[in-house]
Design a protein around this ligand. Structure first.
Ligand SMILES: C[S@@+](CC[C@H](N)C(=O)[O-])C[C@H]1O[C@@H](n2cnc3c(N)ncnc32)[C@H](O)[C@@H]1O
Length: 210
């Protein structure tokens, strides 16, 4: 497969895909620091790392069999623009597969509410229907994410001409290792939303009207 990874970070997926037989992988990453480390970890001429914002990177038409994005699209304001670009960039029959922080996590960004003994009480969700920018502290102040509903994630794909092939809300298994108490939360609410969609064979032009 010829693969494009949007927001490739340290290049972990790029290397994984090559190890699994991908013909070539292109990683697009906005952070020069992440890219420097990715290049540091990668001695493989089948992987190309590009320093660019996903929104600005022109994806060649009918160029890829698979476009992947892991935990990045909730940082992108123009999700619909990325979806339309991915549709154009895929060959017919190609897939667009991505994970994002689950919308029940990006809605409020308050995290688990705990009692005095730090037992997790509940995960608060509010303003779920109010899509848009959320600013929070993650190592530094002012980290911006974009909340959108599951409906928007899915219907934007359908409007672009994609067929939905899978939607997953991964959960922690019943047996949570003692050294991973953080996973207990993942058994109660989904931290991630994973979506796979296919550009159909004989795909018509994308619906750009929405
Ligand atoms: C949570 S990390 C995930 C990295 C990688 N996909 C992985 O799974 O290991 C999100 C990545 O998206 C990158 N990113 C955020 N906004 C971006 C943008 N507009 N264009 C390109 N990359 C972006 C960040 O620099 C970061 O490397």
């Amino acid at each position: 497969m010829t693969i494009l990874d949007l927001g490739s970070g340290f290049g972990e997926f790029c290397r994984f895909a090559r190890e699994r037989g991908a013909a070539s992988v292109t990683g697009v990453e906005i952070s020069t620091r992440m890219l420097a480390e990715a290049k540091n970890q990668t001695g493989d001429s089948g992987i190309t790392y590009l320093n660019a914002a996903i929104e600005d990177h022109p994806i060649g038409g009918n160029a890829f069999d698979l476009i992947v994005s892991r935990l990045t699209l909730h940082y992108i304001k123009d999700y619909r623009g990325v979806v339309l670009a991915a549709f154009r960039g895929l060959r017919e029959g190609g897939s667009f597969v991505f994970s994002v922080e689950h919308p029940i996590c990006t809605a409020l960004l308050k995290g688990w509410q705990e009692d005095a003994a730090r037992n997790k009480l509940f995960w608060p969700v509010d303003d779920y229907q109010k899509e848009g920018e959320r600013t929070h502290h993650w190592f530094v102040d002012g980290v911006v994410k974009y909340h959108r509903t599951v409906e928007t994630y899915v219907n934007t794909l359908l409007a672009a001409g994609f067929r939905l092939t899978r939607l997953l809300e991964p959960r922690a298994g019943a047996a949570i290792p003692a050294d991973r108490p953080d996973l207990a939360g993942a058994a109660r609410r989904p931290p991630l939303l994973v979506i796979a969609a296919r550009k159909p064979a004989n795909a018509g032009a994308a619906d750009n009207s929405q």
